[in-house]
Ligand binder design. Structure first.
Ligand code: MHO
Length: 213
């Protein structure tokens, strides 16, 4: 489960966080993900008491394999942001940067996207502040729908937020990711046959990504 590579963090709000957890989890170069609440000021938000926070995903990625601009492309291509109606704060389109490089890249990228929507974007870019992990049942939500998988993988509540294999299977199960990449992971992660065959079938059935919420 453990990964010790040097990594960078990215944080995005893009609607219901179950979907983006699956989207990013199965991307090559993504090491781990966790979902939570951020962007606001109120203390200790919870799902039923969000205060002024937003549902976000926090991604640990290997910048040698996937760049921040690649992550931003996935961000833009997978949620609604060119809206003129106000979105609830809970589901707002939000980029929380972790350093000056990310800030610069995000601002350039937002300008490009704005052209496509006559300059009207609801996306906000802010510096990343406190991140509050969401309740356990929100972590790797699609994977947790198959409780036997979590048991076989020995996923404790903590591992649901830190495990590489949990992040990947959570995506593959809903059809995110390519078969080739999945087979590489099967070998690399030494997935037992029973798990590999089940996930392989789900990946085929949902090919293209079924990011429902
Ligand atoms: N439709 C879902 C959204 C959950 S999401 C974590 C629900 O209302 O339960 O915001």
């Amino acid at each position: 489960h453990e990964i010790t590579l040097p990594f960078k963090k990215a944080t995005f709000g893009m609607g219901c966080f179950w979907a983006c957890d699956a989207l990013f989890g199965a991307q090559p170069g993504v090491l781990r993900t966790r979902v939570g609440y951020s962007g606001g000021t109120t203390l200790d938000p919870q799902y039923r008491k969000l205060g002024d926070h937003t549902e976000v995903i926090e991604i640990d990625y290997d910048p040698k394999v996937i760049g921040y601009d690649d992550l931003l492309q996935l961000f833009w291509n997978n949620h609604e942001y060119g809206l003129t109606t106000i979105i609830k704060k809970q589901y707002m389109s939000l980029i929380l940067y972790h350093d000056d490089d990310q800030k610069r890249i995000a601002e350039i990228s937002l300008k490009k996207e704005a052209h496509k929507h006559n300059g009207k974007l609801v996306t906000e870019i802010k510096s990343a502040g406190a991140f509050y992990p969401a309740e356990n049942y929100h972590q790797k939500y699609r994977l947790q729908e198959h409780s036997w998988l979590c048991e076989e993988l020995g996923l404790t509540p903590e591992l649901l937020q830190t495990s590489h294999v949990a992040a990947r299977l959570n995506g593959y199960l809903v059809g995110v990711g390519k078969s080739d990449d999945f087979e590489k992971d099967v070998a690399k992660l030494a997935l037992p046959d029973k798990i590999a065959s089940f996930v392989r079938l789900q990946l085929q059935e949902n090919q293209g990504g079924n990011l429902y919420c």
